[in-house]
Design a protein around this ligand. Structure first.
Ligand SMILES: Cc1cc2nc3c(=O)[nH]c(=O)nc-3n(C[C@H](O)[C@H](O)[C@H](O)COP(=O)(O)OP(=O)(O)OC[C@H]3O[C@@H](n4cnc5c(N)ncnc54)[C@H](O)[C@@H]3O)c2cc1C
Length: 254
């Protein structure tokens, strides 16, 4: 029997017209130096569809509650679980929670959230960003109907963080991983280099860009310069250098 939901989680879910549940940590595994996998059991529906994320209620060092958003890497309806991939390359309540949570821990989760899902008509899909985007990128790519193309341009802190995934046979997959080599998180150089190494395929493409606030701005311009229209570029800032995300899990926009 799980503990009751925090009333603020219930209110938030009502306002957003989504679900809220107390779920249980089933597994917590370090995948690589800076990527942690957390499997949460009890309500797979929180995971929505590929591209969606959830809001996790965590606590800062003073015990103050705040919410952090994490894309759903995998939804398993049989096991009634959702899986998250959390970047732990920095200090913050979300990263701390992922690093330290144990099987049996309970946590409030609100979801599904997010408006960016897979474009059904595109012939090729470019997933570009950093480690924080991997969960969403792979889940969306695994939903592409064959024949189709998925291209990943991802900046990682270490090459060991360049986790891969398996895809349907017949899907054309290109992966370009760029090692950060100590560059700042708001430095777009790595992704610009990765992008310049890639020739866009023919036909209709769709880009999904999830990364640090100012990197998103620069890379969106670079994608436009390469000929994509605004409609072909879906962007979301996931965090902002030097500033904690707000209590709603979003980076500040000003
Ligand atoms: C819709 C959405 C989906 C997301 N999905 C994922 C996901 O699947 N996996 C994932 O790992 N993250 C994801 N994020 C990003 C994640 O929510 C943020 O990185 C968040 O700031 C982490 O919270 P925190 O408490 O660890 O750090 P915060 O308290 O927010 O920040 C503390 C400090 O760490 C820095 N910081 C925060 N995140 C990072 C980072 N990733 N790299 C470097 N420095 C950082 C901040 O600039 C700040 O200085 C998503 C964000 C959104 C909005």
């Amino acid at each position: 029997m799980s503990r009751p939901l925090d009333p603020t989680s219930q209110q938030l879910a009502q306002r957003l017209n989504v679900q809220a549940a107390v779920v249980e940590v089933r597994k917590s595994t370090s995948l690589s130096p800076y990527l942690h996998e957390v499997v949460l059991g009890g309500n797979a529906a929180l995971g929505g569809e590929p591209g969606n994320d959830v809001m996790v209620l965590v606590h800062d060092n003073e015990g103050r509650p705040t919410r952090r958003r994490y894309s759903v890497r995998h939804r398993d309806d049989e096991e009634n679980t959702i899986t998250l991939w959390v970047a732990t390359n920095h200090d913050g309540p979300g990263a701390q929670w992922a690093r330290t949570c144990q099987p049996g821990d309970e946590v409030d989760v609100v979801g599904p959230r997010g408006k960016i899902t897979l474009d059904a008509v595109a012939d090729w899909h470019l997933f570009i960003g950093d480690t924080t985007g991997l969960a969403s990128f792979y889940r969306m790519a695994q939903a592409i109907e064959v024949p189709g193309k998925a291209i990943f341009i991802v900046e990682v802190d270490t090459m060991d963080d360049a986790r891969t995934a398996t895809f349907d046979e017949g899907l054309g997959v290109t992966g370009i991983f760029v090692e950060r080599q100590g560059r700042d998180y708001h430095d777009p150089t790595g992704l610009l280099t990765g992008l310049s190494a890639f020739d866009f395929p023919e036909h209709l493409g769709q880009a999904y860009l999830f990364a640090e606030f100012s990197v998103v701005k620069t890379i969106a311009v670079a994608l436009r310069d390469r000929g994509l229209s605004d409609e072909q570029i879906r962007t979301k800032s996931f965090y902002r250098t030097g500033r904690a995300n707000a209590g709603n899990g979003e980076p500040e926009k000003d």
